[in-house]
Design a protein around this ligand. Structure first.
Ligand code: HEM
Length: 356
């Protein structure tokens, strides 16, 4: 019995199917076996809707949102997909009712080819164990400590911009976000020997192209198919990650990032993570940490382009945040020095009220 528990925690369960045709059949069987109604929506088969979802999903989702509200069903290719939009739905899925949901056998399953068994593609108890290992790296102070990396990388990226020239903003943002994620999360030097020879942002772009490709192409598994290109990019990224893992294991070099926590973590049975498990969590964090921010920042520029008068408000907000971050750093230093009470350190607010 004890052995069984250990095994469930040390390895996530195998997927029911990996063959895309078998997955398709399994999805249809699962739908038939459903014992509750799907939320209202457009549930009839439609190639037109499927094509729109791949090529330009936002208008499709907004239309459905206006018609059905924040929770609705759309049939995408063969399968009924339930969309739950907004903060309340996010809270329901990821916090208050997370145990009602499975990630590994959901659409996140498609990411396993790239990310392996990391936080995004596993369920409890494996997921809980990984989370508890990584949690210290996401404490407030550790996040605040990354601000320096974000600022210096942003300045570096801005220096490359030449006024009057046109750039692909999405690519520029992805490069910046990837470098920040590599440095802030893992202390991985993007200009170091192995990483420098690899364009990690480009490799992610190539790999993620699979998920943006037409469904008909996703079934093809040849080397020139979107799947083949994903595999190729994944191999290159693996090379970078495995070489960092083995170098750190061999030299004992650590640093402050999540990678050190992963390398040294032990569970209550004294078991350590394998190289493959460390890679999976690193790849997951690199992906989760850069792809989301790339889209958010790119959309921010897009919206600013449409409403340039908002730039000033944004800059004022940024100045206020930088100012508070400075205050926090100074307050932290004051606490460290044990030379007095942090409350005595003047803050942004004090300065504002003093008319500074
Ligand atoms: C604008 C930026 C971001 C957005 C919109 C965003 C959004 C989300 C959402 C919606 C989820 C829940 C997914 C699910 O489990 O169904 C999630 C999970 C996650 N995000 Fe983010 N995220 C952002 C930035 C980041 C960054 C910067 C990191 C890492 C440094 C990160 C790491 C993660 C991880 C590890 C998970 C999985 C957590 C778990 O399953 O325990 N995210 N994110």
């Amino acid at each position: 019995m004890l052995y069984a528990v250990l095994v469930t925690v040390l390895e996530p369960p195998p997927l029911r199917h990996e063959n895309p045709f078998k997955i398709l059949i399994q999805d249809l069987t699962d739908e038939r076996a459903a014992t509750v109604e799907y939320p209202a929506g457009d549930t009839r088969f439609s190639l037109h809707r499927t094509k729109r979802f791949i090529e330009d999903p936002l208008p499709l989702l907004l239309e459905a949102y206006e018609r059905y509200g924040p929770i609705f069903t759309l049939r995408i290719l063969h399968s009924n997909v339930v969309f739950m939009l907004g903060p309340a739905a996010n809270h329901y899925i990821t916090v208050s009712h997370a145990s009602n949901f499975l990630w590994r056998e959901s659409h996140f399953r498609d990411l396993i080819a790239l990310l392996g068994n990391g936080l995004l593609t596993t369920d409890d108890p494996y997921h809980r164990r990984s989370r508890s290992i990584m949690l210290p790296a996401f404490h407030r102070e550790r996040i605040a400590a990354s601000i320096g990396v974000m600022s210096s990388e942003t300045e570096r990226a801005l220096e490359q911009l030449v006024p009057g020239t046109r750039i692909d903003l999405y690519t520029w943002t992805r490069r910046l976000a990837t470098r920040v994620a590599m440095r802030a999360l893992f202390g991985l030097d993007p200009d170091g020997h192995t990483a420098h020879s690899i364009d990690a942002a480009e490799m992610f772009e190539q790999a993620l192209g699979f998920y943006a490709s037409g469904y008909q192409y996703r079934f093809i598994r040849t080397s020139h198919s979107p799947w083949g290109r994903l595999q190729e990019a994944s191999k290159v990224l693996n090379k970078m990650l495995y070489s960092e893992i083995s170098e750190r294991r061999a030299t004992g070099r650590r640093g402050e990032g999540v990678l050190s926590l992963l390398l040294d973590a032990e569970d209550e049975n004294g078991e350590r993570l394998t190289d493959e498990q460390v890679r999976d969590e690193m790849m997951t964090l690199l992906f989760a940490g850069h792809d989301t921010t790339t889209s958010t920042v790119s959309f921010m520029f897009y919206e600013l382009g449409r409403a340039p008068h908002l730039a000033e408000r944004l800059q004022a907000e940024q100045r206020a945040i930088e100012c508070c971050a400075d205050d926090e750093r100074r307050a932290g230093r004051a606490r460290d020095d044990a030379r007095g009470d942090a409350a005595q350190v003047p803050t942004c607010l004090d300065r504002t009220t003093q008319g500074d």
